[in-house]
Design a protein around this ligand. Sequence first.
Ligand SMILES: O=C(CO)[C@@H](O)[C@H](O)[C@H](O)[C@H](O)COP(=O)(O)O
Ligand SMILES: [Zn+2]
Length: 412
Amino acid sequence: MTERFVLLDRDGVLNVDRPDSVTSVAQLQLLPGAAQGVALLNRKGYRVLVITNQSVVGRGLLSPADLGAIHTVIQTEVGAFGGHIDAFFVCPHDRHEGCACRKPQPGLLLKAAQQYGFQLAHTDFVGDASSDIEAARRAGAEPVVVLTGKTKTPADLSVRHYRSLYDYAQCQPALITGEPAWQRKEVHPTMTLDHSIHGAVPEEFTAAGLRTMQDRFESHLSAVENLRTQLPLLQTVAQALVQCLQRGSKVLWMGNGGSASDSQHLAAELVGRFVLERRGLASVALTTDTSILTAVGNDYGFEEIFARQIEALCQPGDVVIGLSTSGNSPNVLRALQRARQLGAVTVGLTGGSGGAMATQCDHCVIVAADSTARVQECHILIGHLLCEQVDAAYTAGLLAQEAGANPGGSGA
Ligand SMILES: O=C(CO)[C@@H](O)[C@H](O)[C@H](O)[C@H](O)COP(=O)(O)O
Ligand SMILES: [Zn+2]
């Protein structure tokens, strides 16, 4: 397979853009998530090159050596997250010099492609300014805009845009496939605890921690923001739940690890209450009975622990909801498949690329995030939104206060 590259503008993409340019290491401030974004791109199989206009060099405001020092710091920050920038391509010329390399001229992009031997077509150039978009177009590359620099709102909607470099990196398909869920855990090399440290925590440790937390906020917000675009789908799922409860059917939940807790949490919202005082609703988490889980796991295998319970409990018209951040947990997939065979409505809550789950249930909500934690955070939001819609169906008189009464008719 030919190697894939991502080209990045520097100011406003990797570091905070300054109107007077960054002319010293002290002025350099990496954007939240930028270093992690490069590292994530690398982990997904992309090599990263930087393409930057630095007329401060041509104007004598910054020496090539000091520019090199700035790039070394960027490289170190990226390296702290396990990432690497292969090269910085710099145009040092002033805008009046009429060179072929100052963006929007495509010179640097062409040079990078020639030097590293890749095709510009289908290669992304991620920038923050109209000159970046123009340079990408002239070079035959794909323009992409992040909203962390000169462009604050997507001015040209025909250009792909992301809130930040990290968001962009999260949305890129992985070229290296087959990564199991446990391998997707992000290890922050500078966060490895040295047990010999007692008392004072080194400053770089807390600074790195703060940056990481800022970055996680960004990814969380971006995943939530993306979910907003899926509200019609969530409404469809909510309707399926209301119709299921209207016809006296039940809602079954399942998942592994954190998703097992989420299953229990959400079943409890229906059996107990969410916000509204109303009667208890039929809902079961298939993750709670240790005798069943150990017996079925032991006798038939772990992949059967939910499917067997589906076989025992699921009736046509029930809603079966599987939570899996990877979308690939075999026990959840098998249970969804059996539920489908039994005439249940199947719902998948997943993340990343959706995994196998994306095509194996009636409704699948895919959270736009790769990290297990971010996906789980959105799953609970989704669960709460669904429970609220069930409450709203009571307020609207669509569901009876008495168990057994059925104001909504067959509902199905
Ligand atoms: O809660 C967490 C991580 O936040 C873990 O317990 C996580 O749920 C487990 O690793 C699961 O086995 C992951 O499975 P899945 O979400 O890919 O189906
Ligand atoms: Zn130039």
